[in-house]
Design a protein around this ligand. Structure first.
Ligand SMILES: Nc1ncnc2c1ncn2[C@@H]1O[C@H](COP(=O)(O)OP(=O)(O)OP(=O)(O)O)[C@@H](O)[C@H]1O
Ligand SMILES: [Mg+2]
Length: 286
């Protein structure tokens, strides 16, 4: 019987029963949870309902140049999830495990969360120290599959995917595609950090994590920092020369509706990313 491939055709009726529920997974970042939303219809009228976090089962990319708060945001999510009772895997590609634990501990402290509780639900894969985990994507995904199954995790954080194709940027897309498909299959709400190489098109996903990572994932968050160095910027932002303004933007998300404005963000002294206000409101208030 010539029916090869027939198992790959699905009816929408059958698939509909498998559609995941859309709700939010708390981000651990003040001011961010309500920027993702869904539309519900009340008396036929569309009403915006905040999700209260990252869309459940989404694979999101956080990108920005160095020192913009990507790792802090990733850690805040990990700590929040673990504290809320959801097992979480953190794949560290840049910082060896003992140091990442130290950093997670600081994050929990700053968020006023009990680290004794967090530590029981947080699992680390150290691709920073283990060469094979970093260089062999299939080995990394096998390891991740083991962790997800063994500890029944709900979320995965990878900081950063860029570190997985350091000397082989042409493979960036295929590596990120593999990771994306894997995380979708295993139903993990995930954050992938990627380093933005180019400072051009700063507030877009352009040049994020190499080639076209933004097209593969479900959505991208762009972090940006601007040094106030010209008199023009100084008067626009009403900030002294030499100061820094940090900006945040959700640059697309295909899983849910989202706020499209640029936000001013802050990194507090204790090392927490927080959203302050939409940029236009911030400028009006100064
Ligand atoms: N207590 C703190 N702990 C950590 N970072 C802090 C703290 N207070 C302020 N910061 C600032 O936040 C920055 C941390 O940003 P983060 O490590 O998240 O950057 P990143 O975007 O991950 O950068 P990279 O691409 O280099 O990994 C620090 O470089 C520092 O300027
Ligand atoms: Mg980092």
């Amino acid at each position: 019987m010539d029916r090869e491939g027939s198992y790959e055709v699905y009816s929408v009726e059958e698939l509909r029963a498998r559609v995941p529920k859309l709700f939010g997974v708390p981000t651990g970042v003040e001011g961010l949870d309500n920027l993702f939303f869904k539309i519900e219809y009340e008396d036929g009228k569309p009403v915006r309902k905040p999700l209260g976090g990252y869309p459940y089962l989404s694979v999101l990319n956080i990108t920005g140049v160095a020192d913009t708060g990507k790792s802090l945001m990733a850690e805040q999510f990990a700590v929040r999830q673990a504290h809320d009772g959801y097992n979480t895997i953190f794949v560290t590609v840049e910082t060896p495990k003992e140091f990442i634990v130290q950093s997670l501990q600081y994050r929990a402290q700053a968020m006023n969360l009990d680290f004794d509780r967090v530590q029981r639900r947080l699992f680390i894969i150290d691709a920073a120290s283990n060469h094979r985990l970093r260089e062999d994507i299939d080995y990394l995904l096998d390891t991740l599959a083991y962790g997800i199954r063994e500890f029944n995790t709900k979320s995965v954080i990878i900081d950063s995917v860029t570190g997985l194709y350091e000397a082989k940027e042409v493979l960036a897309r295929s590596i990120v595609r593999k990771i994306y498909n894997f995380l979708k299959k295993w139903r993990q709400t995930s954050i992938l950090v990627s380093q933005k190489r180019s400072a051009s098109e700063e507030m877009t996903a352009e040049a994020a994590g190499g080639y076209g990572v933004a097209h593969i994932v479900d959505g991208t968050i762009v972090l940006y920092k601007k040094l106030i160095i010209s008199k023009y910027d100084s008067s626009t932002f009403n900030m002294p020369l030499g100061s820094v303004i940090r900006l945040f933007r959700i640059d697309g998300c295909r899983m849910s509706g989202h706020d499209t404005r640029t936000y001013v963000m802050d990194i507090t002294e204790e090392g927490l990313v927080k959203l302050v206000a939409p940029l236009d409101e911030f400028l009006k208030s100064r």
